[in-house]
Design a protein around this ligand. Structure first.
Ligand code: H79
Length: 487
């Protein structure tokens, strides 16, 4: 007893709580870092984000005007990189803002659409790599209020609507900046056979002696963003350039934390390999086994982040819903992107998919929001992740042949959610819930989300046998909720 309490005290002093090595490694990093924060404080700060599970990314800027085309050429790749792909000089790119007039933009409508889709937070580009600010920046004229005919601050409108709707408003900010005069494209040999010459703009250069200037500029803009729109998350990007180093990342981190102590920021602030950032950001990818720290997969619905007129490679709704399930079963968040047009409209295929995801979540949200991975991530022969790594054209996509033996799991306290990837017409066997697998833990009740009456069941050694109801409560995937007896 004495030894146990001594151990407990040590753990508390070390600030690592109960769950071992990985926490301990993180705490060491935190102790070295700038935020003197215990695990409990961190948990409290991250709580809303961890529970949220599903967010909407919005890539909107003046690149929605060319929408992937420049001087009659459709450029391959993501549309918000058109300045890089078409190697557009700053002065030429500056002709875009006057042409940007999103008369169809309706903040209330966008936020209602997000709400109905079941997203809990929105991350919008306040400034992408092209350097154009989508809010009224006082320290620059290169923004939506000062250089477009439209002249209205869309971040202001959206942040207000989000607050009304109970959705967390968050902002993306690019460290890399193709417009700021401190930087210039890298002089690289142009390979005409390459689809894009990423390095020229993607790895741009800082002019000698100009970095301090730019760091001040970034800080001033971030201070405006934080004070005016109170973002829950700062989603950094583009900190991969050579001129941005660890110290710069740390300094910026300290700065934003001073302005808003409970702010959350992603791992692209430029302090990679260091765990003193809040979460990882796998892009267009779902890690096969999840990650042992907080993470969020960001993904496009077609192939481009910004609106691209020629891009019709839309993922089927089912793929998006399965991705959300897969991610939840691995303990991550899903940040799903939309790219509005230069008229301020969200493309119809995106609207349609969000609506269907919302309908699914209305019935099954309980198995996603606020859940944690269960002791088993999945059972059954077909890997739900198969479709996540599909890189072909979705017109040719053949979905794997799922059966009612294919199940993903999430959990909340003594409740287990078995998410079936296929409908069953009669009885199913959930092997992972047999006494052989979960020992003494007994099942107390079994129901299906969206169906009123409890289901018939029997817990055997080899599994939990459940009789499916006579009718489907929704499309795509079906959740059996299993209440285990508390300990
Ligand atoms: O905002 C969206 C994209 O515009 C941006 N991030 C998402 C959220 C982005 N997506 N892909 N990329 C950026 C790819 C960039 C790749 C490269 Fe590089 C940049 C190739 C060369 C420079 C970084 C450094 C990756 C490889 C070397």
């Amino acid at each position: 007893m004495k030894r146990l309490s001594f151990l407990t005290i040590c753990l508390v002093l070390a600030g690592i709580g109960v769950s071992g090595c990985e926490q301990s490694a993180r705490m060491d990093k935190l102790k070295e870092g700038l935020r003197p924060e215990t695990q409990e404080q961190r948990d409290a700060r991250m709580a809303w984000w961890r529970d949220a599970k599903f967010g909407m990314f919005i890539h909107w800027g003046v690149y929605s005007v060319p929408a992937g085309e420049w001087k009659g050429t459709i450029y391959p790749g993501i549309s918000e990189w058109i300045m890089s792909h078409a190697m557009i000089p700053i002065e030429e790119y500056e002709t875009l803002p006057p042409r940007f007039n999103p008369v169809g933009f309706d903040a209330e409508q966008w936020v209602q659409m997000a709400k109905n889709a079941g997203v809990k937070y929105i991350v919008i580009t306040s400034k992408h790599h092209d350097g154009f600010a989508m809010y009224d920046s006082k320290i620059s004229d290169y923004d939506i209020v000062d250089s477009t005919g439209y002249g209205k601050d869309i971040l202001k409108a959206l942040s207000r609507e989000c607050e009304k709707a109970g959705i967390r408003f968050c902002t993306y900010y690019s460290i890399l900046d193709w417009h700021h005069r401190s930087q210039e494209p890298r002089q690289v040999e142009i390979d005409e056979d390459e689809e894009d010459n990423w390095e020229m703009y993607g790895m741009n250069q800082m002019k000698p002696g100009r970095k301090e200037d730019y760091r001040e500029y970034m800080k001033a803009q971030l201070s405006e963003i934080i004070s005016q729109y109170d973002p829950g998350v700062l989603w950094f990007d583009g900190g991969w350039v050579e001129w941005w180093n660890y110290e710069d990342g740390r300094d910026l981190q300290k700065y934003i934390r001073t302005l808003k102590p409970d702010i959350i920021h992603n791992n692209r602030i430029g302090i990679d390999e260091d765990l003193n950032e809040d979460y990882g950001t796998p892009e267009q990818d779902i890690p096969p086994g999840g990650l042992d720290y907080d993470w969020e997969t960001c993904m496009t619905m077609n192939d481009s982040w910004g609106y691209k007129r020629s891009d019709s490679n839309w993922k089927p709704t089912k793929v998006l819903i399965f991705n959300l399930i897969d991610i939840a079963s691995k303990g991550g968040n899903f940040l799903l992107n939309v790219g509005p047009t230069d008229k301020g409209l969200i493309p119809e295929p995106s609207v349609q998919r969000l609506k269907e995801m919302g309908a699914w979540l209305k019935v099954n949200g309980e198995a996603i929001y606020g859940t944690s991975p269960w002791r088993k991530r999945k059972e059954g022969p077909t890997d739900i992740s198969f479709i996540n790594s599909y890189e072909g054209d979705y017109a040719d996509f053949v979905e794997p042949e799922y059966t009612a033996a294919d199940i993903a799991f999430t959990s909340k306290g003594d409740t287990v959610y078995a998410i079936f990837l296929h409908w069953a017409n009669e009885k199913v066997l959930v092997k992972s819930l047999g006494t052989q697998s979960i020992g003494d833990r007994r099942v107390e009740s079994v129901s299906m989300l969206g169906i009123d009456d409890d289901l018939k069941w029997e817990q055997r050694r080899d599994g939990l046998v459940v009789s499916f109801p006579g009718k489907k409560p929704c499309k795509y995937a079906y959740v059996i909720k299993i209440q285990l007896r508390g300990e």
